[in-house]
Design a protein around this ligand. Sequence first.
Ligand code: ADP
Length: 184
Amino acid sequence: MEARIGSTVLRLVVGDITQQETEAIVNAANSSLMGGGGVDGAIHRAGGPRILEECKKIVAEIGSLPTGQAVITTGGNLKARYVIHTVGPVWSGGNRGEDELLRSAYRSSLSLAKEKGIRTLSFPSISTGAYRFPIERAAVIALQTVRDFIKEHGFFEEVRFVLFRQEDYEAYRRAWEKICAQEG
Ligand code: ADP
C-alpha cells in the first residue's frame, strides 16, 4: 500500500526490515542496547558487530536508553547506512502511559532522522512482538504519529513500515483506512 502525505510517500510492505535499502532502518531495541530477540536480533545478525560496538559506546556515555527515546549508529553491513535504535513500551494493560511512550518512540526516531538529514526511513512494528502491545491499537498510534510529524515537518521522501507477517500488514492497512475515514 502506498499513500501520499504532502510530498512524502508512506508505504506499507510485508518483508524483512534488514533487507530494506532506505537510508536508515529503525530498530525496536531494548534499553540495554545490547541486542535481543525479534527484530533487534535480526538487525544485529545481518548488520554485523560494528552496530553493537557503537551501541556499547553510547551506553558508556549515556547509560541505558530510556523508553520513548532514540539513538543512531552505523548500519554496518546492512544496505541501510544507519540504524536508529528506539525503545517502545512494554504493554502492561494500557493505563501506564504506553500510548504516549509509543508515540514518543516514533517521534524521537523521526526527529533524529531529520536532524541527520535522512530522507528515507523504514520502521518495524515497535512494541507489538515481545512487548505485547496490541497491534490494532499500536498501528493507529504509529501511523497517526508518522502522519502528524510529516504534516508538520515535511522533509521525508519516504517513510516505510515493514511488517513481518501478512496479518500485521493487514492490521496496519486497516488502521490507515480508519485514520483516513476519521479525517473525512
Ligand atoms: P518489541 O520488543 O518492541 O515488541 P519485537 O522484535 O519482539 O519488538 O517485535 C516487533 C515486531 O517486529 C513484531 O511484529 C515482529 O513480528 C517484527 N519482526 C521481527 N523480525 C523482523 C524483521 N526481520 N523485520 C521486520 N519485522 C520483524
